[in-house]
Design a protein around this ligand. Structure first.
Ligand code: SAH
Length: 234
């Protein structure tokens, strides 16, 4: 197994890079890939940058150039459900591109020629990731499993969120990369899992909440959860 770990934000990756044994860095396509061992697991960590295209090219490069066999994404997201609170974690069951619409040629959200609007995750890997998350959070916050929506939009407007929720009632969280990684992994046949810590409520306060959260909590979460996850693999 060779694990690709994608983070969207530098704050989330920093701790992992420090924990890596015999790391070596390689620059490719404006990304810095760091390969080494994380808690005995052969790993490659990289920052995707923000948005679906950035995430897609990063995931594809991890597979094609760095030979990873599995991919995990850690990041933050806005809540899209009243039951999902800031500080909770959502581990995806499936992911949809909420800004994808080729109707009337294809149903809204369906990715042409895949027949899918919701890309399913790898069940075993996602189960391990949610167990690792539960172990890390103890009783401080909740772990949710369900639909994550991705789009090239930072959602910061209640009306916008409500219209997405109307179209995708099961939606638990919104972010900007997960569904792109999901599509790449689906097409390349690579098992993957995606976890998002809720940083904001995707409303008018989202930008301020997001900034504070990332600086104070997100890094600690990503580190603790990936540590538990890697240990559970050996
Ligand atoms: N100003 C920030 C931009 C971050 S964009 C910066 O300079 O880094 C927000 C990131 O967090 C994206 O990677 C996205 O996946 C996630 N995210 C958190 N809250 C979100 C929300 N409300 N809507 C969309 N993405 C969100």
């Amino acid at each position: 197994m060779r694990l690709g770990i994608i983070s969207a934000l530098a704050e989330e990756q920093q701790g992992l890079l420090e924990a890596m044994e015999s790391p070596y860095k390689l620059i490719h396509g404006k990304r810095e890939y760091t390969a080494g061992k994380l808690w005995k697991i052969d790993s490659v960590a990289v920052l995707s940058r923000i948005g679906k295209v950035a995430a897609a090219v990063t995931a594809a490069t991890l597979v094609e150039k760095f030979d990873v066999t599995h991919i995990i994404f850690t990041g933050v997201a806005g809540s899209a459900d009243l039951g999902v609170r800031v500080g909770d974690v959502v581990v995806a069951d499936s992911l949809a591109q909420h800004d994808f619409d080729a109707s009337p040629l294809f149903p809204r959200f369906e990715i042409p020629l895949t027949g899918l609007s919701h890309m399913p995750v790898d069940r075993e890997l996602s189960l391990k990731l949610s167990l690792a998350t539960r172990e890390f959070l103890q009783n401080d916050a909740q772990v949710h499993r369900g639909l994550i929506g991705s789009g090239d939009q930072f959602i910061k407007d209640k009306a916008h969120l409500m219209s997405l929720k109307e179209a995708l009632p099961d939606l638990l969280a919104v972010e900007m990369e997960g569904a792109a990684v999901a599509q790449v992994c689906h097409e390349l046949g690579v098992p993957f899992a995606i976890m998002r810590t809720i940083s904001d409520n995707a409303n008018e306060e989202a930008a301020t909440d997001f900034m504070q959260f990332v600086q104070t909590v997100a890094s600690r979460y990503a580190f603790g959860i990936i540590q538990n996850f890697c240990k559970s693999l050996t």
